[in-house]
Design a binder for this molecule. Sequence first.
Ligand code: ACO
Length: 324
Amino acid sequence: MTIRSVILGAGCYLPQRILTNAELAKMVDTSDEWIVQRTGIHQRRIAAAGEVTSDLALHAARAALADAKVDPKSIDLIVLGTSTPDNTFPATAVSVQAGLGITQGAAFDIQAVCSGFVYGLSIVDALLRTGAHKRALLIGAETFSRILDWTDRTTCVLFGDGAGAVVLEAQEQPGAMTDRGVLTTHLRSDGQHKNKLYVDGGPSSTQTVGHLRMIGKEVFRHAVAMITDVVEDAFKATGASAKTIDWFVPHQANKRIIDGSVHKLGIDPAKVVITVDRHGNTSAASIPLALCEGIADGRIKRGDLVLLEAMGGGFTWGAALVRM
Ligand code: ACO
């Protein structure tokens, strides 16, 4: 027998306000046609004035707890992936903890940009498998609208706000590929690429929040190779393959990056969960949002083998295989 981190439930939250490509075309020199053709994005959600990352995260966390049918008081670990925290400190995770009325266990944020959820999954899985924690909330929550330069058409059309969460529990499983839970996680980073996608501000450098800056072509050039490489690692570690997975839930940055990865990996496009068309890139929130949608609409079922993958600023990237 072995301990596995089993997903008990998932929840998500999107702010009400929808920002369409047509509206963006009135703000910067762009068009619906350009955005759809280059990215696959039609619209994204924008947090309301005063609505902060922890508000989005709390909604998603409550939905995940309800889906899992567990009492918040039984949670002893909260890990929240975000690059848009409410404040420089304390961690946004402790605001979620307070909002849920939890006073036990540990709560902290992790910063791996768009890879935040896969990084978080790896950390939570490790902490549950040691026996140090029993039941965890893993959240990806972002308000990227707050760090966009709304005069820069090369970046402001790409991102959106949202949050997704899962409840994970340490459970004894036989130790086979048929086990429920996280079967493998693989994390990578290469700081040589740190200036290709970054925010030009911070507490220690400018004492300002700053705006997102990106050399889009450079991100695009590396994305498919990095994603497919780390997915191959996950396949090698488990013996799984493009044929044996039931669902692929990729980070939703850009439809062309997803299509390129799917093609290179030989995954059936019918197995891919896509939300980028309606959510844009919600960074650390994109995978749990897509996972939640796939579960809620009945596509992803108990026992399904799900491949997750992310790549983002740093660069950071990673992959995971999870049996639901
Ligand atoms: N509307 C109209 N024209 C635009 C826009 C826009 N929103 N943005 C850029 N352009 C123009 C450029 O100025 C350029 O004009 P020029 O030829 O006169 O100089 C032209 O379009 C082509 O620009 P490119 O940057 O070469 O366009 P490209 O085909 O590379 O597409 C894009 C740009 C969509 C950003 C692409 O590079 C990309 O997808 N990169 C990946 C970036 C990404 O997804 N980042 C998300 C964060 S990272 C992550 O999560 C993985």
